[in-house]
Design a protein around this ligand. Structure first.
Ligand SMILES: [Zn+2]
Length: 87
């Protein structure tokens, strides 16, 4: 007979439940708490700060463009590596 330790402890299960709750309360459109962004009009205000540019996506879009004429470009898997300059 093989006795195995439970794969997840009480703390692990509590963290997973908290993560599931957090995910369940996210708005699929804006990513915020759905109870906030769907609040009654007049009870919430929404501000949109100026956009920031994601340098990784910028580079990724350039790279995809470079491969656009290759066979089945939609099947290519790209990834980015972001390195912070030192000094
Ligand atoms: Zn939302």
């Amino acid at each position: 007979m093989t006795v195995r330790e439970p794969e997840f402890g009480d703390d692990d299960r509590a963290w997973m439940a908290a993560l599931a709750y957090w995910r369940d309360t996210r708005c699929p459109l804006c990513g915020g708490d759905i109870r906030d962004c769907t609040g009654p009009e007049g009870e919430i205000t929404v501000k949109v700060p100026p956009p920031r540019r994601c340098r990784a996506t910028d580079a990724l879009l350039d790279e995809r463009q470079r491969y656009k004429d290759s066979p089945k470009p939609g099947a290519l898997l790209f990834r980015t590596e972001v390195h912070r300059r030192r000094g």
